[in-house]
Design a protein around this ligand. Structure first.
Ligand code: ZN
Length: 266
């Protein structure tokens, strides 16, 4: 069983009822958290997940809505140490960012960064793969984000089950992401914008995508299912609009989950 829980589904300034975008992936022998924005601790607990159970964390980039919950998770590893230590997959720049934040905000947790965590430095460039646990591989690659802040796309392959998922975090439509997500069972793609509700918007300029573009990427990747997340304040009540936009291009199932929703991959 591979269970995905959408811990948060909102954008950097999330709508009421949605936390910042993050999700967990649970199997029998791991609980991986993808991104850790400011509401992640509360979001996990609301979803019935004990943050102390997390065995691995992936941080896509250093924007506040993706990392500012990390200090609490670091402090927790000091209060409830793990054995083996918590694996943290992040680029060198993101590691520097969260380390600086922890030094300033939870100096008492600084030693946990070295003692209770195993850092796996992700390359800020072409695709590279790393083991999460036996039989589960994490692959990351830079996607189309701001030049001052490289964003890493994520792919997880569960080899024994023949299942894979991909995550866009924050990105404008990206060839790299379409390639990274090739043939995946689930693509979790951001839809910060709506082509219908903001016809004059130019999301590419802001390094984000609209739901139609998310549908295009899912179709190009040949994904089996699509989840739209990173939903903004303007679109939270427009699930049908976002779904219809993505469905113009992507013919598989499309979900716009609420915080706490779960999805199983068999
Ligand atoms: Zn974001």
């Amino acid at each position: 069983m591979i269970e995905i829980t959408f811990v948060g589904t909102g954008s950097a300034v999330p709508p009421a009822g949605r936390g910042t975008t993050a999700f967990t992936v649970r199997t029998e022998n791991m609980l991986l958290l993808a991104d850790a924005g400011p509401s992640v601790f509360d979001g996990m607990q609301r979803a019935g997940i004990d943050p102390a159970e997390v065995t691995a964390i992936f941080l896509s980039h250093g924007h506040a809505d993706h990392v500012l919950g990390f200090p609490q998770l670091a402090l927790l590893t000091k209060i409830a140490p793990r054995n083996p230590p918590l694996k943290v997959f992040a680029s060198a720049v993101v590691r520097e960012t969260v380390t600086a934040v922890i030094r300033l905000t939870f100096p008492e947790a600084t030693d946990a960064l070295y003692r209770n965590m195993e850092w796996i430095e992700l390359a800020e460039g072409p695709r590279q793969s790393y083991d999460v646990v036996e039989g589960v591989q994490l692959t990351s690659q830079v996607v189309f984000g701001p030049p001052y802040m490289p964003v890493l796309g994520l792919r997880l392959d569960f080899f024994e089950r023949g299942i894979s998922l991909a995550f866009s975090s924050d990105t404008a439509p990206s060839d790299e992401l379409a390639s990274l997500a090739t043939g995946c069972d689930l693509l979790i793609h951001e839809a910060s914008f709506s082509a219908t509700l903001e016809p004059d918007g130019s999301p590419e300029m802001l390094f984000h995508s609209d739901a139609r573009q998310a549908g295009q990427i899912a179709a190009r990747a040949g994904a089996r299912q699509l989840v739209l997340t990173h939903v903004s304040r303007n679109h939270s009540d427009h699930r049908r609009v976002l779904t219809a936009e993505a469905a113009e291009f992507f013919k598989g199932p499309i979900y716009v989950p609420d915080d706490g929703d779960r999805l199983r991959l068999e």
